[in-house]
Design a binder for this molecule. Structure first.
Ligand SMILES: [Zn+2]
Length: 328
């Protein structure tokens, strides 16, 4: 049996169990945090500013809640610029027993620091490979997947460079890629095109946030390429309302795509992206609802079961797909 890297060490792939592939234990700008360590973070579903000490406690609380709902593992796609901190993740994992799968990669929609502006894709790939083969941030914790992103600005020059770096690191190591996408900007097809040009097997590619659209033609267009898709932002009403996300999931299950789908919420236990008053306004405007690590096990899955999702479909999406994406 193949093994998967977690923040507490390598485990047998069949030990992953029920897995949410896309949840963040902490989300903050690492540069701001480094320069102003006490600058405020906010809890995702409550608009109040939390003290820096609380950030860890809240992550533990959220992880405990997930474990209590039967979640055994999360994919933690917090890459560079999202505040990746594998010691933080390890602390949460040790405290709660939740298995946490870390990544390497760069989360940007355009901006790159001079360090990367002046280096090519192969040199960036070298750093990703270091995380995968040697360990992250001076630890022995190895990255299990590679993260990159394209958003409203499309696949511009910098984004293409990062995608090619991710692809080359994947080809060199066999580790899969999770690509943040924006269906409203039609980024998925071009992202896939780059990966295929670089020789990545499409079965190693997960196009995250595909569930932000209910355009089945767009989604099936991606699926035809042989990639995985993330219906992974349940609760983020601002991109697509919950009911439409569920309708999309049901339509895709009916069309036989259980073996290509991940269900998750892309929750963040805390975030520093917005000040508390803006979070309050966003929540009041309905931008997010029930947007926590609990949403999929607590509401999405029970509703889908009620609707007619079979045990086999659930097992495929929640247990077997993570193993296949991460190990084959
Ligand atoms: Zn995310």
């Amino acid at each position: 049996m193949a093994q998967v890297s977690t923040v507490t060490g390598m485990i047998e792939a069949d030990q992953l169990g029920t897995t949410l592939i896309h949840e963040h234990l902490c989300n903050r700008d690492e540069a701001v945090h480094n320069q102003w360590p006490r600058a405020g973070a906010v809890k995702e579903d409550l608009p109040y500013e939390v003290a820096p000490e609380e950030v860890f406690e809240i992550a533990v609380r959220e992880a405990e809640a997930a474990v209590a709902l039967g979640i055994k593992t999360i994919g933690e796609p917090t890459a560079m610029f999202l505040g990746r901190d594998v010691e933080f993740m390890r602390g949460v994992s040790e405290e709660t027993g939740l298995q946490v799968i870390p990544c390497t990669g760069i989360y940007t929609y355009d901006f790159l620091p001079q360090f990367f502006v002046n280096r090519d894709s192969d040199q960036i790939a070298d750093l990703f490979v270091q995380d995968i083969e040697e360990g992250i941030q001076g630890t022995e914790i190895k990255a299990a997947f590679i993260k990159c992103a394209a958003d409203e600005l499309g696949v511009n020059e910098n984004i293409e460079k990062v995608h090619r770096a991710a692809a080359r690191a994947s080809v060199r190591t066999g580790v899969p890629i999770m690509a943040h996408s924006r269906p409203a900007s039609n980024t998925g097809p071009r992202q896939i095109e780059i990966f295929l040009e670089e020789g990545v097997d499409p079965s190693k590619v997960q196009i995250a946030h595909t569930g932000d659209t209910d355009d089945l033609d767009y989604i099936e267009g991606l699926l035809e390429k042989g990639v995985w898709i993330g219906l992974d932002r349940y609760g983020l009403e601002i991109f697509l309302p919950y009911e439409k996300r569920q309708q999309t999931a049901k339509a895709l299950l009916e069309r036989g795509y259980a073996d290509r789908i991940f269900l998750s919420a892309d929750s963040v236990a805390t975030t520093d992206w917005f000040p508390a008053n803006v979070i309050e306004q966003l929540l009041a405007a309905g931008a997010a609802k029930d947007w926590t690590i609990r949403l999929v096990p607590e509401k999405v899955l029970p509703e889908l079961r009620e609707w007619g999702m079979t045990e086999e479909q659930e097992r495929t999406m929640m247990i077997e797909n993570p193993v296949r994406w991460l190990t084959t």
